[in-house]
Ligand binder design. Structure first.
Ligand SMILES: *[C@@H]1O[C@H](CO)[C@@H](O)[C@H](O)[C@H]1NC(C)=O
Ligand SMILES: *[C@@H]1O[C@H](CO)[C@@H](O)[C@H](O)[C@H]1NC(C)=O
Ligand SMILES: *[C@@H]1O[C@H](CO)[C@@H](O)[C@H](O)[C@H]1NC(C)=O
Ligand SMILES: *[C@@H]1O[C@H](CO)[C@@H](O)[C@H](O)[C@H]1NC(C)=O
Length: 377
């Protein structure tokens, strides 16, 4: 610039200077238009939520099930909502924080009565649900049924917006999944003999196979941006540590090893889908590592306890009794849930959910984080 300023004296250069200034103004105008358009579209990126109790915001309040799969009673919700909503936590879930960061309102449960609007997405997740229909069958909304509900929402959007705009809405939306934990835990919690019929890797194969068909079905109907959360070390949940008293409270390795196999299979699946399905993009969150780090070093993350639940009965408060509305009526409740990683025998505190959501939203990862997915078109 310094070198060029001497040339500005001649009339020809000032002509170029004016042309240059016009170009700059044009560029500035077009980029500001561009950015205002992308701000607008960021607001129209919806969030569709599939899965289990990790993400259920209250669908199970509206189905015929038992209190084992419900959390619509005190002290669930006491920290944030001040009333039970059906969320399996003392407060908000990962998906609530993600919605907030994406400048969306709280995403309502699909089954919540009222006058539903689906422009911002909707939550299909159901506590107890698995990828297999056999998992807690009859008591939950299994993943296939969640897909069926998604198809109804798709039809609603087509009706309201027309085919083209509905398709744009669906392709810009983010599809968040947490599924699998119940497929692997239920055989240990019920008298199910399903694990006798398959080898471990066959069983993981059918869980992943069923998940894959749901992903493909959503893709076929326009979904492009997916967020996946892998499985935690399931055997270390307080409720699983107490299943075999002879283990003396150590993690139940049989179920953790299934989760590990599942996580390997999921990590192999996603790059394959990315290759096969044009435009498919995904964010992958390593929940397993993030939870292990916090269980092993709770104080590093601001927690006092990495093993014992805040709410429940017995050792590690591992008996699933929080609220006193299930089989066991007596339960203990800690004073300060935010000192705990685990809220009840199987679920996490709001504080932990927020830490996970922060990582998922803006964390470094080799694929996209969720912020990338929301901000791209
Ligand atoms: C709910 O389920 C129970 C047990 O499965 C059954 O006896 C009852 O009829 C069901 N109620 C409704 C309203 O479907
Ligand atoms: C499993 O079966 C036994 C014997 O039939 C029964 O006593 C027990 O309650 C069952 N447990 C569950 C979790 O269904
Ligand atoms: C889905 O799960 C069922 C069992 O519920 C199994 O028979 C079927 O093979 C699975 N599908 C795929 C594609 O793996
Ligand atoms: C079981 O755990 C307790 C406390 O964690 C310990 O004192 C005891 O030695 C353990 N017993 C066995 C058999 O490992």
């Amino acid at each position: 610039m310094v070198g060029k300023s001497s040339a500005m004296a001649s009339p020809i250069s000032s002509f170029f200077l004016i042309l240059f200034l016009h170009l700059v103004i044009l560029l500035l105008l077009s980029t500001s238009c561009g950015s205002s358009r992308s701000v607008q579209s960021t607001k129209h990126v919806g969030l569709f939520i599939f899965g289990d109790s990790f993400l259920d915001a209250g669908n199970n309040n509206y189905i015929n099930t038992t209190t084992l799969d419900q959390a619509n009673f005190w002290p669930y919700g006491e920290t944030y909502f001040k009333l039970p909503t059906g969320r399996f936590s003392d407060g908000r879930l990962v998906s609530d924080f993600i919605a907030e960061y994406a400048e969306l309102p709280l995403i309502p449960p699909f089954l919540q009565p009222g006058n539903p609007q689906y422009y911002n997405g909707v939550n299909f997740a159901s506590a107890g649900a698995g990828a297999l229909v056999q998992t807690f069958q009859g008591e939950v909304i299994d993943l296939k049924t969640q897909l069926y509900y998604y198809k109804k929402v798709e039809a609603w959007l087509r009706h309201k917006l027309g085919n083209a705009e509905a398709k744009t809405t669906l392709s810009r939306a983010v599809y968040l999944f947490s599924i699998g934990s119940n497929d692997y835990m239920s055989p240990f919690l019920t008298n199910s003999t399903i694990l006798n019929s398959y080898s471990k890797s066959e069983y993981v194969g059918i869980v992943i196979g069923n998940l894959t068909s749901v992903i493909r079905a959503i893709y076929k109907r326009g979904g492009r941006k997916f967020g996946f959360i892998n499985l935690p070390p399931l055997g270390c949940l307080p409720g699983m540590r107490i299943i075999k008293p002879e283990n003396n409270g150590s993690c139940l390795e049989e179920v953790s090893s299934l989760a590990k196999l599942h996580n390997i299979a999921l990590s192999m699946l996603l790059p394959i889908l990315e290759k096969q399905l044009k435009g498919f993009r995904y964010s992958f969150f390593n929940f397993n590592i993030n939870l292990r780090q916090r269980m092993n070093h709770p104080s590093k993350y601001g927690f006092k306890d990495g093993r014992e639940a805040c709410c429940g009965t017995g050792k590690f408060r591992g008996v699933f009794s929080c609220g006193g509305k299930r089989l066991v009526k007596e339960f203990q409740l800690c004073k300060n849930p935010s000192q705990h990683i685990f809220w009840d025998s199987y679920h996490l505190t709001e504080r932990l959910h927020k830490q996970l959501a922060d990582q998922m939203w803006s964390g470094e990862s080799n694929a996209y984080n969720l912020r990338d997915l929301f901000q791209s078109l």
